[in-house]
Design a protein around this ligand. Structure first.
Ligand SMILES: Cc1ncc(COP(=O)(O)O)c(C=O)c1O
Length: 393
């Protein structure tokens, strides 16, 4: 293994003194800083050493002035999307954004009017709700179906809501957070068909699409025929390469008319530019070396996922939805017979671990908590031992 490409994932990272949200906001969220933080969706694993070198090289040049969205930057994005996701687009289709959430907010402003319905499939990443509400649109909540601990889309209910004229836009999480579901091509084809039939703008949040566990394969919505007419796709190097603090996101819109409307909204919020270091990072990571890092990372995460799943299986009353993607494990505590609040207290006070509270993902997150297993092996075994001590009593 080349150490300039793949770091030692086993070495514990000290993040306490780095202003990491996951660490610094613990007292506010859990009422105590004495919890092992397994909530915010970033990784306690090091970035690629060659990325650090590229950033240091750029920082060593003594000027950080305004920067251009160069053709090399766009080519890097085009290359990654073609190589990794079979998405082939021209360079005009590539735009930049500080974050996926910013893109979502601009897209809602661009393609819907105040009061209109924006649909989501719940449970889902909490900002889906807040962005819709902040823009004074209406959340149309379509609960996912949980069949044998696996989520499915309720497309019949979605179609009814479309038919009733309640939906102008769909925020679609592909793959899904918090359940880690990798949607099948046939499911996505149906989503695209319904959105086109009922003139619903499709927002594809594909931020988790690089961390996929075989034999599952990610299908980008932009590879579904017809989607290019009504889809805005948002992605980022934030999750894959642990760079969210650089605000390094991008947007793909194939249709020129949609693109124009989106770009106008992004300009109104002054969020159409890219951070200088984000640009350096994207160009460095969307490369063959970046692919090697990603493969090694996914393998490390897969071992963590499997270890966690095997252990959770031994605890009475807790079930884990095995994620097909993401470094997030969706844990169902309903079998413990405890209330949501009782589980929450037990996790914080007795076990000393800080998980993401399932209720933030929707009402159907009651009894569920999300555990981020993107930590070194030692940290994960510590967390498992804590869970075991409290939940196998
Ligand atoms: C599905 C999903 N979308 C978006 C985000 C946030 O991305 P960004 O930091 O680029 O806004 C997250 C973060 O957890 C996420 O899980």
């Amino acid at each position: 293994m080349n150490p300039s490409v793949i770091p030692d994932f086993d070495k514990p990272l000290q993040r306490d003194a780095t202003d990491a949200a996951k660490y610094g906001a613990r007292s506010q969220v859990f009422g105590t800083a004495k919890v092992q933080p397994l909530w915010v969706a970033d990784m306690d694993l090091p970035v690629a050493p060659f990325l650090q070198d590229a950033l240091v090289k750029r920082v060593n040049h003594p000027c950080y002035g305004y920067t251009l969205q160069s053709s090399a930057l766009k080519e890097a994005v085009q290359w990654w999307m073609r190589e990794e996701h079979a998405v082939c687009l021209d360079s005009d289709s590539v735009l930049f954004s500080p974050s996926v959430v910013t893109t979502m907010s601009n897209a809602i402003a661009a393609f819907t009017r105040v009061g209109e319905g924006v649909a989501l499939f719940s449970p889902v990443y909490e900002r889906f709700y807040s962005v819709i509400r902040q823009q004074k649109r209406t959340v149309v909540n379509i609960p996912l179906l949980n069949e044998q601990n696996r989520y499915y889309l309720d497309l019949a209910v979605f179609e009814q809501a479309c038919k009733a004229g309640k939906i102008s836009m769909l925020l679609f999480c592909n793959p899904q957070n918090p359940g880690g579901r990798v949607w099948e091509r046939q499911e996505l084809t149906e989503v695209v068909r319904l959105c086109r039939k009922y003139t619903v703008l499709l927002f594809a949040d594909e931020i988790h699409s690089d961390i996929i566990y075989l034999p599952n394969r990610h299908t980008s919505l932009l590879t579904i025929s017809g989607s290019e007419k009504n889809t805005v796709l948002a992605h980022s190097i934030g999750k894959t390469f642990n760079c969210s603090g650089l605000e390094p996101s991008f947007v793909l819109i194939a249709d020129a008319t949609l693109r124009k409307r989106f770009a106008a909204a992004a300009q109104r919020t002054h969020t159409a530019d890219i951070n200088l270091l984000a640009k350096t990072a994207i160009q460095s990571l969307f490369s063959p070396k970046g692919q090697q890092y990603k493969i090694a990372l996914v393998e490390y995460l897969r071992k963590n996922r499997d270890l966690l799943a095997d252990q959770i299986d031994l605890f009475k009353g807790i079930d884990m939805m095995l994620p097909q993607a993401t470094f997030l494990a969706w844990l169902d505590f309903r079998g413990t017979g405890l209330s949501h609040e009782q589980v929450r207290k037990k996790l914080i006070t007795d076990a000393g671990i800080g998980l993401a509270d399932g209720l933030v993902y929707g009402d159907n997150g009651e009894g569920w908590f999300r555990l981020n297993f993107a930590v070194c092996h030692e940290e994960l075994t510590t967390a498992i031992a804590k869970l075991e001590r409290v939940f196998s009593e």
